[in-house]
Design a protein around this ligand. Structure first.
Ligand SMILES: Nc1ncnc2c1ncn2[C@@H]1O[C@H](COP(=O)(O)OP(=O)(O)OP(=O)(O)O)[C@@H](O)[C@H]1O
Ligand SMILES: [Mg+2]
Length: 487
């Protein structure tokens, strides 16, 4: 018996007519089938395909909404996959977002990679779609393609993947983003948009800070513990923030320490100039605009809160501190009543109340030269968690500065410095100034001699001041009985 064998053109012809027949019947069905039945059949088909396909797919698009806002989740996943797409073969390199100095690798379009979490394998797929054609307008610049990532996993692990795994991706992705980005120093008062920023590149580190080593260790420990305490703060029901009050004479390293803090924690810095803030509403807006992982700094809080429009010069020490304090209070009260300026209560309200509404780790740091001038409401415990005194330079501090500036760890002249530095009050800024070579000819020894000279001069000045003060005291004492006598 002969089996009829169809030629290629015959086969194609049969397939073609089957497709045409299917399209015809499908069209008839769509036109004349009652909508209820159609909906029911569509539901059944979706259910059937869901039943047959055991995988779940989650899409994360680059843009969201009709205004095409960038989707933060996409950037986080991109950062996560830049490190975790180990079996992807086609990668692309782009400049890291917010950092012009770093290349970031990510999966190229239509590439796949697998990731493992608690023994479960998931698949990441990258892709892109073309934007819909524009209607009504013409542009020479075509819209770019819209990229997306798809996460595919077995439906048996839905709970674990959508909860624990995605949380893991977000946490790791954010950490990678933080490592990649350039940190920023924000300042207010320059533009209408409130905060303007520049790249924050301050070389200060705790290691180069002149300070007793134990105190330094304690502060670093405190900061690092804070950054790891997300769960702890959540458990005790407290906002994840910490307040520091840095106080001490000018030139003792308060601002330098803030930079060292930011460098240690990889935080942005918001330098809040209170005198430029119009009122409490503006203050609230500024503070709620700050991002997580940041330090909000209010320098010279004693001057800033007395908002007379102009910041006092530090050198202008009040002739009569008491009168000044009273003036300050009354002027502050005026401002509070008129509501036209930032007030102490506005600031405190934010720290205590609104602050709690802002998620994410934030430090708030106040600095002052005169801690006893501050309103107790501002310094009470619970509001400022840690009070740190930065004081005059001691021998330990000098050794750090000598290492920084002269690359010296020991020198025969160190002994003279040690003896003198115990007897005088000199700020780390002044020590640093002396240790800086003034010309190319000045070597480390000359710098040390310059410092010794300054220390001796300061010591002599202090002795003269002391004896003058003693003389006036004795003169007063001597004059007193005479006056009494003449009465
Ligand atoms: N503890 C320190 N360790 C290292 N360098 C310091 C220290 N203190 C001051 N300096 C040096 O002195 C300079 C001035 O210090 P800084 O601006 O930090 O002082 P400050 O306490 O903030 O002063 P002010 O009260 O006037 O704001 C810094 O640039 C730094 O080089
Ligand atoms: Mg300062």
């Amino acid at each position: 018996m002969m089996i009829p064998v169809r030629s290629m053109p015959e086969t194609w012809g049969a397939v073609g007519s089957a497709v045409v027949t299917f399209i015809f019947f499908w069209d008839m069905f769509r036109r004349y089938c009652p909508p209820e039945l159609r909906r029911y059949l569509e539901k059944c088909t979706t259910r059937l395909s869901g039943f047959l396909n055991p995988y779940i797919q989650i899409s994360i698009h680059e843009y969201t909404g009709s205004h095409l806002r960038p989707h933060e989740a996409y950037n986080i996943v991109e950062a996560y996959l830049s490190v975790n797409s180990t079996d992807a073969k086609r990668l692309k390199a782009e400049m890291a977002k917010e950092n012009d100095n770093k290349l970031m690798l990510s999966m190229d379009e239509y590439e796949k990679t697998t990731d493992e979490f608690n023994g479960v394998q998931v698949k990441w797929i990258s892709g892109k779609v073309s934007p819909p054609p524009r209607t009504g307008s013409f542009s020479y610049y075509p819209e770019p393609d819209r990229r997306y990532y798809k996460l595919k996993f077995h439906k048996g692990y839905k709970k674990m993947i959508t909860e624990a795994y995605l949380e893991h991706v977000i946490t790791r992705g954010r950490e990678i983003q933080a490592r990649n980005r350039q940190r920023k120093l924000y300042t207010n008062g320059h533009s209408k948009s409130y905060w303007s920023h520049i790249v924050f590149e301050h070389p200060a580190r705790f290691e180069t800070l002149a300070m007793e080593p134990e105190k330094k260790e304690e502060i670093m420990d405190d900061l690092l513990t804070f950054t790891k305490s997300k769960d702890y703060y959540a458990r005790i029901g407290k906002a994840w923030k910490r307040g520091y009050l840095l106080y001490g004479p000018p030139g003792t390293g308060k601002s330098t320490m803030i930079a060292a803090m930011a460098n240690l924690l990889d935080y942005d810095v918001y330098d809040l100039e209170l005198t430029s803030v119009k009122d409490n509403t503006e203050l609230r807006k500024l503070l709620t605009e700050t991002t997580a992982k940041s330090i909000i700094v209010i320098e010279d809080i004693d001057c800033s809160l007395d908002l007379t429009g102009q910041r006092k010069k530090k050198e202008e020490k009040p002739a009569d501190e008491k009168t000044e304090k009273v003036e300050k209070r009354s002027s502050r009260k005026e401002k509070e009543e008129s509501g036209s300026k930032v007030t102490l209560s506005g600031l405190l309200n934010f720290i205590d109340g609104l602050w709690s509404a802002c998620a994410g780790e934030r430090l708030i740091v106040f600095t002052t030269n005169y801690v006893d001038k501050l309103d107790p409401a501002l310094t009470r415990r619970g509001r400022m968690d840690k009070h740190i005194e930065l004081s005059y330079c001691k021998y330990e501090g000098f050794k750090v500065l000598a290492k920084n500036y002269l690359e010296l760890e020991a020198h025969p002249l160190f002994q003279s410095v040690e003896e003198l530095i115990q007897q005088v009050q000199i700020t780390p800024a002044d020590v640093a100034e002396n240790l800086m070579p003034k010309s190319a000819k000045e070597g480390p020894e000359q710098c040390l001699r310059n410092l010794i000279c300054t220390l001796e001069e300061t010591k002599n000045k202090e002795i003269t001041k002391c004896s003058e003060a003693k003389d006036t005291e004795t003169n007063k004492d001597a004059a007193a009985p005479q006056e009494m006598h003449t009465m």
